[in-house]
Ligand binder design. Structure first.
Ligand code: BES
Ligand code: ZN
Length: 620
């Protein structure tokens, strides 16, 4: 990074005083079954990392210094550990402290129990395992530039314990700082404020970051690679590999306006800068809301800005999720449902009602499909507030329901109380609970105290929405007035109308709707007609490509197979990859043989998160 760019980054940092670390909630519903921590005895308030990124052995090693707040008589601190090699545990004066690593289970890892001996500072020297779940070490071939290796972390939901020994629970907020040592050719970025860097020495340098606002520990993130920065405004910019920098900067040129739009809805953006890191194609998610630095898949780079709602979504998490955080993974909908609602409001304010309605209507269909996938409206997996089994990977319970049923619930509240009361309430809600964890019951209590008038609670059916399965009858379905024409076109085309009657040059959302509305069984002749006119086997718009491939593979349309192979080996976003493999796997021997052939080629390029899902689908 140039000195000028560094100076700009440093200058833009906020100087507002850091909020105090929020206490851990004590109510029974706030107990996190996915962490070994016993925060009411002793809890971590600050994590200070001094780490060396070893690209030869794929290990992060160094020291984590934990600041602890504990009851006067607390004997021990319990932190989460997934596969770490613990070297020493000492107090601030480097005197050894007794510790034990308990029995590990596959999902949660093990408790690391440290005897405090009256100390409130604990230093852990450790190393991550080469297969640490939160870390993906990419070879140069797996990057866009092909010359340098790359590392990125993904903490949500409970992966950060594989590289940071701390209390890995979303209800235990922590401030942090980090100094990371890496090869000089690589730039280190993190989800915090950049505070300095050292010059190159013996081929290595360090970069320092800090987050002085207490955050849930799943939000600590790092990426190291051949990264360049392009500012988009004084407070926003893009980090990515040089080969993707211009394309990314063009796609997200409106970033600053997104922040302004979001602030106009729900109050000030409290994190200082807002930058986006565009990752290599193996990034398993669409996006991840790491504070100050959203991580995003390159599959949003459609070339026409048509998929930017993903950025609206990750930005919205700067309020819902990062500011007010699900206390446990049972409350995941508080993160994702609020964010999906907020995302759509940002889209409306940026692009107008037409675009927002199309996206909301597509999400309605996604919601209906999610209910079916969960096993129907009676399934407990369709509840907003989950009751995740301690033994189950929280990732399994975290479905599209949290997103789309969550957003629909909030839209239903809006329709009952009216937009102006609802918006004023939400703004106050984010203020009241800023930098604190929240449970479902806590939100409902706040709603009843600060918004609902007599009769409205029953009219909305608040408890049913949150604690019962299925979609309540009063759910507000936003209908796009662009879709009836698209639906009619799909119907007519399926019935044999010429392909020339299919509307051309419509929006991405309309094409996706068109493809999803077509019957799942379509003749090769009909598919060939679409192929010839729209060339969807080659489109670089990932959402259209995905919708097309789902349809074409369902019919085993031969020309789609090479396209599927290309798409599945070129990116590893789980949302695209898993359904396509699932589709093939359900098609008997020939589909399974194709799935196997493609997966054999693609698997090593995927992130562990995607590998685990596809392994399961293909019975590996
Ligand atoms: N926070 C999520 C990603 C996530 C969820 C990671 C659960 C690990 C566990 C992120 O904000 C998200 O929802 N991403 C979506 C895109 C969004 C536009 C719906 C995704 O990755 O598909
Ligand atoms: Zn999200």
């Amino acid at each position: 990074m140039s000195l000028a760019a560094l100076a700009m980054l440093l200058a833009a940092q906020s100087s507002a005083p850091a909020p105090a670390v929020a206490p851990v909630l004590t109510s029974a519903d706030a107990r996190d079954v996915h962490s070994y921590a016993q925060p009411l005895e002793a809890r971590v308030t600050h994590v200070s990392l001094n780490l060396y990124a070893d690209f030869d052995t794929h290990v992060m090693r160094g020291i984590a210094t934990l600041s602890v707040d504990a009851k006067p008589d607390a004997r021990q601190l319990v932190v989460d550990d997934n596969g770490l090699r613990i070297v020493t545990v000492t107090d601030a004066q480097n005197r050894p402290l007794p510790y034990t690593v308990g029995a590990a289970d596959k999902v949660h890892g093990a408790p690391l129990t440290i005897t405090l001996n009256g100390n409130r500072t604990v230093k852990i020297a450790y190393a991550s395992a080469p297969g640490a779940k939160a870390l993906q070490w990419l070879s140069p071939e797996q990057t866009a530039g092909k010359k340098q290796p790359y590392l990125f972390s993904q903490g949500e939901a409970i992966l950060n314990r594989s590289w940071i020994p701390t209390q890995d629970s979303p209800g235990i907020r922590q401030t942090w700082d980090a100094t990371v040592n890496a090869p000089c050719a690589l730039t280190v970025v993190m989800s915090g404020e950049r505070t300095g860097e050292t010059p190159c020495h013996d081929g290595r340098h360090t970069a320092s970051y800090r987050m002085d606002k207490p955050v849930a520990p799943y939000l600590i993130a790092v990426a190291i690679g051949d990264l360049k920065f392009k500012p988009l405004s004084a407070h926003t910019g893009i980090w990515t590999e040089p080969a993707m920098l211009d394309k990314s900067a063009w796609e997200f040129a409106g970033l600053d306006k997104f922040v302004t739009a979001a602030e106009g809805l729900y109050g000030p953006y409290r994190w200082g800068r807002y930058d986006v890191l565009v990752l290599p194609p193996s990034f398993p998610f669409g996006g991840m809301e790491n504070p100050m630095l959203t991580f995003a898949t390159p599959t949003v780079l459609a070339g026409d800005r048509s998929l930017v709602s993903l950025i609206a979504h990750e930005l919205a998490h700067s309020w819902s999720g990062n500011l007010v955080t699900n206390a446990t993974w049972d409350d995941f909908w508080l993160n994702e449902g609020f964010t999906s609602y907020f995302e759509n409001r940002i889209m409306e304010s940026m692009y107008g009602k037409r675009r927002a309605a199309m996206e909301a209507d597509l999400a309605w269909t996604d919601m209906q499909n999610a209910v079916k996938e969960a096993g129907g409206p009676q399934s407990p997996d369709t509840k907003l507030h989950l009751d995740l089994d301690a033994k189950r990977d929280p990732d399994d319970g975290m479905t599209q329901i949290a997103y789309d049923k969550g957003a629909t619930f909030l839209r239903t509240i809006e329709s009952v109380v009216g937009r102006s009361r609802w918006d004023a309430y939400l703004r106050g809600y984010f203020d009241r609970h800023a930098f604190q964890p929240q449970t479902s019951a806590g939100f409902l209590a706040d709603l009843r105290q600060n918004l609902l008038k007599p009769g409205e609670d029953a009219k909305i059916g608040v408890d049913q929405w949150v604690y019962q399965p299925g979609i309540p009858a009063n759910a507000v379905h936003v209908r796009s007035d662009a879709f009836p024409a698209i639906d009619a076109a799909a119907k007519a085309f399926a019935a044999g109308d010429p392909v020339s009657a299919v509307p051309d040059k419509v929006t991405t959302q309309e094409y996706v709707r068109f493809l999803d509305q077509l019957p799942r069984q379509l003749s090769a002749e009909r598919l060939a007609a679409l192929d010839e006119r729209f060339h969807w086997n080659e489109t670089g718009n990932s959402e259209i490509r995905f919708a097309w491939l789902r349809l074409a593979l369902a019919n085993r349309y031969p020309p789609a197979e090479a396209s599927a192979e290309q798409f599945l080996t070129a990116q590893g976003r789980r949302k695209f990859v898993a359904p396509l493999f699932q589709q093939l796997q359900g098609q008997g021997e020939s589909g399974q043989a194709l799935a196997k052939r493609i997966y054999d080629k693609a698997r090593s390029g995927y992130h562990a998160v995607t590998q685990v899902t596809v392994d399961r689908l293909l019975g590996r």
